[in-house]
Design a binder for this molecule. Structure first.
Ligand code: FE2
Ligand code: FE2
Length: 176
């Protein structure tokens, strides 16, 4: 178990977009692992991890990345940030729902699958529409990436301290 845990490349300085893309790939990988997991306990453990990572990811985007995007994008492109923010709420609702379920529930796998597909759609819009627009703007993505990595690590440490988020609480924002 411990052997599989790769050291997170936290020492590497990533710009904000590279950091978010790496997290997107990490979450996609977890969803694949969920699909191939054979036992309910394993599925629940992977779902708890993916929900915790998504919660932290969304919170860092909302606290730091989206406001930075709003501050440099023209008004017309701010719609993308509005849409992304609304989509986060749906992601959080699904995470909260999964937190109340167990692998024994009839709709458990379907609910995780819907979350996975929804996240895929959301990620595609971020990566294909929002990120390229932001790359063209005057914004220090390296400094932003550093602040985001720091905030993510703070929030992840909190999740780890409290253990796996208790059922029903995975969708809640981690309070400052
Ligand atoms: Fe997002
Ligand atoms: Fe994202």
């Amino acid at each position: 178990m411990a052997a599989r845990k790769k050291a997170a490349p936290r020492a590497i300085r990533q710009d904000a977009i590279a950091l978010l893309k790496a997290e997107h790939r990490e979450v996609e990988d977890l969803f694949e692992r969920f699909e191939s997991a054979r036992t309910g306990a394993r599925k629940e453990a992977i779902a708890a991890e993916v929900c915790a990572k998504l919660t932290v990811h969304a919170q860092v985007e909302e606290e730091l990345f989206y406001p930075a995007a709003r501050s440099v994008l023209p008004a017309a492109d701010e719609d993308l940030v509005d849409e992304a923010t609304v989509e986060h709420q749906t992601v959080k609702d699904l995470i909260a729902k999964i937190g109340t379920m167990s692998a024994a529930d009839d709709l458990y796998e379907a609910t995780v699958k819907v979350l996975s597909e929804y996240v895929k759609h959301h990620v595609k819009e971020e990566e294909q529409e929002l990120f390229p627009k932001l790359r063209k703007r005057e914004v220090d993505l390296t400094a932003l990436g550093q602040r985001m990595a720091q905030r993510r690590d703070e929030l992840l440490a909190r999740v780890e301290r409290v253990g796996r988020p208790p059922k029903g609480r995975t969708g809640a924002a981690l309070s400052a």
